[in-house]
Design a protein around this ligand. Structure first.
Ligand code: SAH
Length: 346
């Protein structure tokens, strides 16, 4: 009989598995708590199951955390993990430490990426494959398990390698487990899916069981520039269609969309762009997050100057648009936005 990976199973499927073993129902809750609340790394750690029970379980199921092949720590406290998957492929996960107790885990959804955004290093790999739900959720479990006592991951952003909405089914199930009380029990506003703008999938995600926060990587204010820097997605869903969809999304209680905007010198950072951004977002409940471009070896773009970013922000502020500038973390270990490639420097 083929063994089931416990992390490939939904909570319901774990309950059925426990029934097939002829165990009492509460046993499923014990197992789920070990996995999602106590971050056990293997069956042996599940000490309120007897040794024979653990043995029986291991005959029908498998369970293990991811294998960290390497691990880098930035001067600013950001940590980057390189995980090796069963088929030898590699993904990166980044832990960002910010004010007070906020710990944000930046999770990957694909090996490589479906899309071809010209300013992103991950895109250069192409798509190797989608991650499975167990591989997505396991990034959280594995990192949480090795954090020092008292340090807890408080937020998750699906902004690592890949386009999450090109892997919608697995990403939705992973989000469900993140926000479920039986699972990681994070508030849904603490889980953010970031997309380059796959319109039908945005609607599907938000009308499904995982109504989490949404970030849209807008990055341009005209189709000409957006098609130049994000060719694939903008050909499928041009700006007008994307913005129309954003306007008609129904969010739970007063939640707003975040538009991310990577600042590329002389490409999308003029005050005319800022003025067009005001028009594009007029009347929407939204926030704009300006991302200083993180350069990488061989990249074709240059970062906007700090002065230009501040001018751009100032223009948006004058029009009463909430605008933040993302502090890039982990640049020294290539852990910042758009720098993830699963190739670690020695
Ligand atoms: N595919 C998803 C999630 C991954 S990218 C998306 O597009 O949203 C996460 C964010 O990093 C996006 O907003 C993207 O625009 C930004 N980004 C990509 N490359 C970057 C780079 N080199 N410097 C700064 N931000 C970058």
């Amino acid at each position: 009989m083929k063994k089931e990976n416990l992390l490939s199973l939904s909570f319901e499927e774990i309950r059925s598995l426990v029934e097939t073993l002829g165990w009492k129902k509460y046993r499923a809750d014990q197992i789920l708590a070990w996995i999602y609340k106590r971050f056990a790394g293997d069956f042996d750690a599940m000490t309120d199951l007897s040794k024979t029970d653990r043995q029986d379980l291991s005959e029908v199921a498998t369970f293990a955390h991811l294998r960290a092949k390497s691990h880098l720590e930035s001067a600013d406290g950001t940590e980057k993990f390189l995980f090796e998957l069963e088929d030898g492929k590699q993904i990166e996960t980044v832990l960002i430490r910010s004010e007070k107790k906020r710990r944000t885990l930046c999770v990957s959804s694909q090996v490589g990426c479906t899309l071809d955004c010209r300013f992103c290093l991950t895109a250069e790999q192409g798509l190797k494959r989608n991650l499975r739900v167990d591989e997505i959720i396991n990034q959280f479990l594995t990192v949480q398990a090795i954090l020092p006592e008292g340090e807890e991951i408080t937020n998750v952003v699906l902004m690592g390698m890949g386009e999450p909405l090109a892997n919608l089914k697995a990403v939705t199930e992973a989000c469900v487990r993140m926000i479920s009380p039986t699972g990681l029990n994070l508030a849904s506003r603490r889980v953010t899916v970031s997309t380059a703008g796959l319109v039908p999938q945005i609607k599907e995600l938000l009308s499904g069981p995982a109504s989490v926060n949404l970030s849209i990587s807008l990055n341009a204010t005209t189709d000409a520039i957006r098609s130049e820097i994000m060719p694939k997605v903008n050909q499928l869903y041009p700006l007008r269609e994307l913005m129309k969809a954003c306007r008609t999304l129904s969010f739970p209680t007063r939640r707003s969309i975040t538009f991310e905007y990577v600042m590329l010198a002389e490409v999308n950072d003029s005050l005319e762009d800022a003025a067009r951004l005001v028009q594009l977002t007029k009347g929407m409940r939204c926030k704009i997050n300006l991302i200083p471009f993180n350069a990488y070896p061989g990249g074709r773009y240059q970062p906007s100057s700090d002065e230009q970013i501040l001018k751009f922000q100032d223009h948006l502020h004058q029009h009463k648009i909430r605008t933040t500038i993302r502090k890039s973390k982990g640049r020294d270990i290539l852990a910042a936005c758009g720098q993830l490639t699963s190739q670690f420097a020695d």
